[in-house]
Design a protein around this ligand. Sequence first.
Ligand code: SF4
Length: 567
Amino acid sequence: MTTPLNSNSLQDSAPGTSPVATDEPPLRVMALHALLYCERLFYLEEVEEIRVADANVYAGRRLHDDVVPLDDESPEQRSMELASETWGLLGKVDAVRRRDGAWVAYEHKKGRCRRGDDKQVLPWPSDRIQAVAYAVLLEEELGEPVSQARIRYHADNVTAFVEIDESAKRDLRQAIERACELRRTAERPPVTENERLCKSCSLNVVCLPEEERLADAGEPHTPTLFPSNRERHTLHVVAHKAYVSRSGETLVVKTDDDKQSVPIQQIDAVVIHGYGQMTTQAIHLCAHHGVSVGWMSRGGRFIAGTSASPGRVQQRIRQYHALTEPENCLRLSCALVRAKVESQLRYLMRGTRGNKGARNSCRQDIGLIREALRKIDGAATLDSLRGLEGISAKAYFASLPLLLGERVPDEMRPHGRSKHPPRDRFNCLLSFGYGMLHGLVHRTLLGVGLEPAFGFFHQPRTAAPPLVLDVMEIFRTPLVDMPVVGSVNRAQWHQDDDFVIARGHVWMSDQGRKKAIALFEQRLEESYKHPHTGQSLSYVRMVELEARLLEKEWTGSPGLFAQLRMR
Ligand code: SF4
């Protein structure tokens, strides 16, 4: 299905002159197909360079490759690369055939055709414009008139005919001009009003149309287009002398006593802990498949990572504009700090429920956190907000040990908060967990096309990218503090074998590191109901959702970011 071309937004340009300016790159014919389907889809693909090849896209490609020659008895030309400076277009037509003494451009579509009032076979507008484009390119290439294009709809087993007359060429010219107009703007077009289009759109997980409509309408409605869990998993390479290489479409991880092969399609990221090696070929394979690679220190500190999303210039320009506005930064920071402090408060309340002694002991800290919470909305500057966040964090960590059960040995209890380096086992677990969270948020931000170095709350003073530190705040309690406290209470840690103590500093041992990674990954798979969208998502998807909702704060749907709270 498609939306009709919005003729009001288009203007005629003089026939004979190229609708694409000479200093602009040519347009792909497929991009015009996207434009007629939904202008926002065109913008995401062509301007922001976000392309997701989903199962339907692959099915379409297979159709082009496999079905065309089987489907026709006399294909003169199976497919043909075409380009025209006059039209400013390039593309590859599925097939070119001679019919009744004239050349015809053929397109093959997996789906169903459109039906007219009396059930006649019609092409969808996006398919029609694509067929018209191939026909005019073919006409120029062959130097012979091409007066017809045909579209084969395989689900219905019917063919739609497209006449290539002056009216068709005028529509094509207008579509190209509209595409060029959109390429020059920094504003994403709004989501389409035709909700049915979004269900089969390959970019619905990036666009989040339902969340945007939810924000606009304020009506109760649970989004369903954002997948509730990830389809691929993170490959953690922990062994000291691990060596990661490539064999075809597979990553091969060799250690002293083991060798494992993992198909690249099963991986969403590779994380190398410590000093494992990775070949250039393996890094190329990851880059080609959009798999990010991150390096962590053995202590769990994020060191560096590759980006799976080069380009996306317009997306970053919008981020820079939004986050150089002090009011935007303050508004987002208030939402962020409120989310973090409320989660900390709720966790302390929940953890001491039914335990009179613990509740009494943390009463003063809870009071301090509540007071900070009350003042957040009135904070006039980022500095005052940072002060409130600092007061709350100090009170929270002072009371956090009260959530540990009586049976927890003293060796596993924290003695204050120590970070660089941690000085006890509990702090070691927290620091390692925060390092893992840092790596996850960093690659998630890169994956959605945001610039991690440009944040709104944290200052760009340290090596850590501020936006990563910002987004991490929402997830510190649910993804690190809670699993760590829970695992210590369940006596999951061996105080000698899982830790290494040297000169008063505490690190994870190889065994402990594996257990900590497993704990973190297990937590990422657990699902939680987002309080605003009402959707039940795994935590790993929740991190991605928050990154995308953050971007919506400056692309037309503010108010959805940082609504996540612990129950
Ligand atoms: S999800 Fe809907 S609004 Fe977004 S690009 Fe696709 S069709 Fe357009």
